[in-house]
Design a protein around this ligand. Structure first.
Ligand code: AP5
Length: 214
């Protein structure tokens, strides 16, 4: 299925759909947000630097993110393709990604851009709960997990992301509009942009994602 990037505002379903696509295509799901949260959990220097910015809904500096992704894309599992979720997030990151891939002679195949109304994003994010052990996601409006506070899949503890508080969500959306929205034009010019209506059930959206990524 190739080398795919998914861009879209916070809560647009990038992680949800990237996991499904990764399972279908047999290529890794590379989420820069997940990588940063792992660094925070491990207490590394990167994690300490990232946490302050992420909790405020701000972006981690481009040079840091570009270094992380460059290294990750060199791993053997990424040679046959990948699904990048949350990177690039600025034009500088997109240009750096193009250079990394040009060095390897393997350009991006497609850039999927998810579109979801803002008020739906707020509902999705304020109700999101994540398993600390396996990363599974739940939503309080879906009836939540069978056992309160525990993951249905592995029994791990569920938590609410620090950046899923409403005022931080609104700030993340402003950051998206200012810094990430210009990627629409960037990938349109490159001729690889595909817009995906992210409103609907996960299965409905996944059907659109598969068609757009094919
Ligand atoms: P990151 O983790 O990438 O957060 P985000 O982009 O804000 O996106 P989210 O993970 O919140 O949402 P999503 O679109 O993946 O939606 P999801 O599938 O989870 O980044 C966090 C922070 O890290 C950034 O703010 C920044 O500080 C830093 N960072 C990361 N990458 C960086 C970079 N490249 N440069 C600089 N800084 C970077 O779904 C959301 C909810 O909706 C879930 O509850 C889910 O169950 C539910 N849901 C999903 N699909 C549907 C549906 N179809 N219908 C109803 N509910 C749905």
């Amino acid at each position: 299925m190739g080398r795919i990037v998914i861009i879209g505002p916070p809560g647009a379903g990038k992680g949800t759909q990237a996991k499904l696509l990764s399972a279908l295509a047999g290529v890794p799901h590379i989420s820069t947000g997940d990588m940063l949260r792992e660094a925070i959990a491990a207490g590394t220097k990167l994690g300490q630097q990232a946490q302050k910015l992420m909790d405020r809904g701000q972006l981690v500096p481009d040079d840091v993110m570009i270094g992380i992704v460059d290294q990750r894309l060199q791993a053997p599992d990424a040679t046959g393709g990948f699904i990048l979720d949350g990177f690039p997030r600025t034009v500088a990151q997109a240009e750096a990604l193009d250079k990394m891939l040009a060095r390897r002679g393997v350009p991006l195949t497609v850039a999927l851009r998810f579109v979801v109304p803002e008020e739906d994003l707020v509902v999705r994010l304020t109700g999101r709960r994540v398993c600390r052990s396996c990363g599974a996601m739940f939503h309080v409006l879906d009836g939540g997990p069978a056992r309160a506070g525990r993951c249905d899949r592995c029994g791990g503890a569920l938590y609410q992301r620090a950046d899923d508080e409403e005022s931080t969500i609104r700030h993340r959306m402003e950051v998206f509009e200012k810094q990430t929205a210009p990627l629409r034009e960037y990938y349109e010019r490159a001729g690889i942009l595909r817009e995906v209506d992210g409103f609907g059930t996960r299965d409905e959206v996944f059907a659109r994602v598969k068609a757009a990524a094919a």
